[in-house]
Design a protein around this ligand. Structure first.
Ligand SMILES: Cc1cc2nc3c(=O)[nH]c(=O)nc-3n(C[C@H](O)[C@H](O)[C@H](O)COP(=O)(O)OP(=O)(O)OC[C@H]3O[C@@H](n4cnc5c(N)ncnc54)[C@H](O)[C@@H]3O)c2cc1C
Length: 283
């Protein structure tokens, strides 16, 4: 699927290209339109050490290009792509190398949050790396019952915290499953985040009611914060926020392993199926 022409047509709305060379001009174009960028090398659930090390090397290259091409960008990483499913120490070493290089380049590293079996080790990885380097951030998912505790645990670390709803299917013991409950949890956590002093809130949603709540909270916020949205999603709203003067970072995936990423985008928005079907038929 990922190697076929219709497959590639399908991916092109949400993915910047198969390679870093293809992603860099897209990132530069977004920068000139006023957006910051977070580069995401697609890939996850790696179960062999070689692939985990290769992904780390690709991310190091990515940081070199951010430096060389003077991009206003950071990187978003998935711990299982860097070896968390094999050995936590392997992922910790990778994050250590990436945070060190990111600091040299003058940028930051955001740790994406994956499914709930990895939440606790991911939080541990973040705590360790952020205590040592100070240039990291982490994604928290408002649907998880544990997130209020994670917020209290992580706010003192003064990194950036990306608040998203959560993209994985989780059981009711672990996560809210009704949209209204997820949205209510998001509002409560957003309010806590936007009134916290020593953190940089990253408001990662395309939900207009939540964006509007954030717009209102922004009026009283003293410290920095930013909106974050996915490449190819609600581009009208993205432009509107930038025109209003809000900082907005576009999450920009690239790479050939886009299938799980696109599956999550489809699950969030079943009407994308029509768009996917058209692309597959070449129309
Ligand atoms: C920058 C960023 C980083 C993220 N990182 C993570 C992460 O690390 N871990 C994680 O679990 N999840 C992550 N997510 C995904 C997130 O958890 C949600 O699954 C996703 O953003 C959809 O939720 P929503 O807040 O946009 O609200 P929704 O209620 O799902 O959507 C609100 C509106 O946004 C539009 N929209 C939303 N999704 C789509 C789509 N796929 N296609 C087209 N339109 C759409 C529609 O207009 C929809 O009505 C991230 C999201 C963003 C924006």
């Amino acid at each position: 699927m990922t190697g076929t022409k219709p497959g590639k047509a399908l991916a092109s709305r949400f993915v910047a290209g198969d390679t870093l060379d293809e992603a860099v001009p897209v990132a530069a174009g977004l920068n000139s339109d006023g957006f910051e960028v977070s580069l995401d090398l697609l890939g996850e659930e790696v179960h062999d050490t070689q692939s985990a090390l290769a992904a780390t090397d690709e991310y190091l290259e990515c940081l070199d290009r951010i430096d060389f091409d003077d991009l206003d960008a950071n990187i978003s990483i998935k711990p299982t792509q860097l070896g968390l499913a094999i050995d936590e120490g392997l992922a910790a070493e990778a994050i250590e190398r990436l945070a060190t290089r990111a600091a040299e380049v003058g940028t930051t590293v955001t740790i994406d949050m994956e499914d709930s079996q990895y939440t606790e080790p991911t939080v541990r990885l973040y705590e360790k790396a952020q205590a040592e380097h100070g240039n990291l951030g982490i994604a928290l998912q408002s649907y998880l019952h544990r997130t209020p505790d994670d917020l209290s645990r992580l706010l003192p670390l003064a990194g950036h915290i990306r608040l998203c709803k959560g993209a994985y299917v989780e059981p009711p013991e672990i996560a809210h499953t009704a949209k209204s409950d997820v949205d209510a949890a998001y509002v409560t956590q957003l309010e806590e985040l936007m009134t916290a002093e020593h953190t940089v809130p990253a408001i990662a949603t395309h939900d207009l009611s939540l964006v509007n709540r954030a717009r209102a909270l922004a009026a009283d916020r003293v410290g920095p914060f930013e909106f974050q949205m996915l490449y190819g999603v609600r581009t009208d709203l993205q432009r509107e926020l930038v025109e209003e003067g809000f900082p907005l970072r576009v999450y920009l995936p690239f790479g050939s392993q886009w299938y799980p990423y696109l599956t999550r985008r489809l699950a969030e928005r079943p009407s994308n199926a029509l768009f996917f079907a058209r692309a597959a038929l070449g129309r």
